[in-house]
Design a protein around this ligand. Structure first.
Ligand SMILES: Cc1cc2c(cc1C)[n+](S(=O)(=O)[O-])c1c(=O)[nH]c(=O)nc-1n2C[C@H](O)[C@H](O)[C@H](O)COP(=O)(O)O
Length: 501
């Protein structure tokens, strides 16, 4: 034997299976066994989901939700029990998902990538081929999803006033964001749980962003570990960090300092989610056993069926406030921006607090329903900043419902530095992997060049408010979604019972 061939005796499936209760709970993840008995009450997703896999192989359920370094980071080494001989593990017969057969058939018949001509096409395909739980998590918005619809709908209320006879032979779509030169004025915004849509997760978006020289905002709640996403970047590729602030500020400080050390060029503190929104599609999907008693450690009863969102977010500090900003400014040299600002008063406060920018955003309609779209808030903010001569004091971004290059152009005409795009790249990745993300970014670039040419501008700096008519922006038609129960319940045909004569 060579020296390090210490053939440790591997655990058998039967040995692990004996520890299948609250009193003694072992699980297998990626071929290794872990004693999670004492961890059960601390699990953010509640003990239920772990107990469902007590004594069994939990790898498939574990991977999309947890970065790979989770157990090393949060489970004491003494609870790492070592390798399991996976040949001795009885693989659970997965409860046949009735839809799975049909879904596989839809995957066989899905359109080829070249049949996708715009970002909405990817959504249409993803809806058909994604696992139900993944589609539910990505697509859901809060409550009646009015804001989810309004985000894209709002762009339809802005019309162009194009100029003619401007030499538009050469179009330059490049821009600068937080000092970084990018090929297009958008970034891939932070969206959690990338492995729900694709087995490789967020690193697929990293590769797409590199190819198209745009910035990726790394989510706190990524499926991949932060370092995996940083390591997937190439050369001088720039990434930003999206931060959910932890109740335990030491953890937050460590995350921020590590991100700066690894080269992140912007810190985006999410401020619109002191509690994650109620996303009913997500709640209805299988995650309801994951989202169970998330606050069990504090003993407070919470709604047991809060879906993945609540399960993965119980660490977020609802006490975060303006008084925390000086501390953030003291712990990092990265530019600090607030993501999820939704009225001009808070933009003024952000300038006075000394942050470097804001993202006008309602979290993709996943938080407060009836929050206004980012583009509408932008139209409110910029005139006030211009009045004060503050339009260049901070960098203003918006996100939410950006699906066309004309949406990007409208935001830039109003004065945004750039826009964040979320779901379209998730759907492109989930349906077609990296080629999908690559095509989506290429389509956007082609649209951008054409629309800039038609509006009469050859470079980003020429985009200005005279090119758009925003009079319709304040009109809120709330398209009632047809899938709400309220709509289905109301039925004039079934009136009160005719009184029998
Ligand atoms: C689609 C999506 C968005 C999420 C997102 C997850 C998904 C699946 N998650 S969430 O789980 O907490 O809701 C995050 C997140 O981790 N942090 C965050 O700041 N924004 C999060 N957002 C919001 C995102 O950063 C943008 O604000 C939003 O996606 C922009 O709207 P579009 O999707 O229409 O482009």
């Amino acid at each position: 034997h060579d020296s390090n061939d210490t053939q440790k005796v591997k655990l058998t499936g039967d040995e692990v299976a004996k520890h299948n209760s609250r009193e003694s709970c072992w699980v297998i993840v990626q071929g290794r066994a872990y004693d999670v008995t004492e961890f059960l009450p601390e699990h953010p997703g509640g003990p239920k989901i772990i107990l469902k896999y007590a004594g069994k192989d939990a790898t498939e359920e574990f991977e999309p939700i947890h970065p790979p370094d989770t157990l090393d980071k949060y489970l004491d080494k003494s609870k790492h029990l070592g390798e399991v001989d996976m040949n001795t593990v009885k693989q659970e017969k997965k409860e046949e998902d009735p839809d799975e057969q049909e879904r596989q058939e839809r995957i066989r018949r899905m359109p080829i990538l070249e049949q996708c001509y715009n970002l909405m096409d990817f959504e249409a395909v993803a809806r058909k081929v994604m696992k139900k739980t993944a589609w539910a998590y990505y697509s859901s918005g809060a409550d009646d999803e009015i804001t989810l619809r309004e985000n894209h709908n709002a762009f339809h209320k802005i019309w162009f006033r194009p100029r003619i006879l401007q030499d538009v032979e050469h179009i330059d779509t490049s821009a600068t964001m937080l000092g970084t030169k990018v090929d297009m004025p958008y970034y891939v915004t932070a969206t959690a749980l990338g492995k729900l849509g694709h087995p490789e997760g967020e690193v697929v978006l990293t590769r797409g962003a590199k190819k198209h020289n745009v910035i990726q905002m790394i989510p706190t709640l990524a499926s991949c570990s932060f370092d995996e996403i940083i390591d997937a970047a190439e050369g001088d590729q720039v990434q930003w960090l999206q931060l959910y602030v932890n109740k335990n500020r030491d953890i937050t400080k460590r995350i921020v300092e590590h991100a700066e050390k690894r080269g992140c060029k912007g810190l985006f503190i999410t401020v619109d989610a002191p509690q994650l929104g109620r996303r009913e599609k997500d709640m209805r999907s299988k995650f309801d056993d994951v989202g169970s008693n998330v606050q069990s450690s504090s003993g407070s009863e919470v709604d047991r069926s809060q879906g993945a969102a609540r399960a993965i977010s119980s660490f977020i500090d609802p006490a975060l406030s303006w008084k925390d900003i000086p501390w953030f400014l003291s712990i990092t040299k990265m530019p600090i921006l607030l993501k999820g600002v939704q009225c001009v008063e808070d933009v003024i406060r952000a300038v006075e607090a000394g942050v470097h920018g804001v993202v006008l955003s309602n979290h993709g309609g996943r938080q407060l329903d009836f929050a206004r779209s980012g583009i509408e808030v932008l139209a409110e903010v910029m005139p006030v900043l211009r009045e004060r001569g503050w339009q260049d004091r901070i960098e203003i971004y918006i996100d939410g419902g950006v699906r066309r290059a004309t949406d990007i152009i409208k935001a830039l005409c109003l004065g945004a530095k750039g826009v964040g795009i979320g779901r379209p790249f998730l759907y492109a990745m989930s349906a077609y992997g990296l080629p999908g993300v690559d095509r989506a970014m290429q389509l956007l670039k082609d649209e951008m060049e054409m629309n800039m040419r038609l509006i009469g501008c050859s470079k980003i700096s020429e985009l200005n408010p005279t090119l758009i008519d925003t009079r319709g922006l304040g009109m809120h038609t709330a398209p009632v979604p047809r899938d709400t129960l309220g709509y289905n319940v109301y039925d004039p045909l079934i009136g009160p019972k005719e009184k029998s004569k």
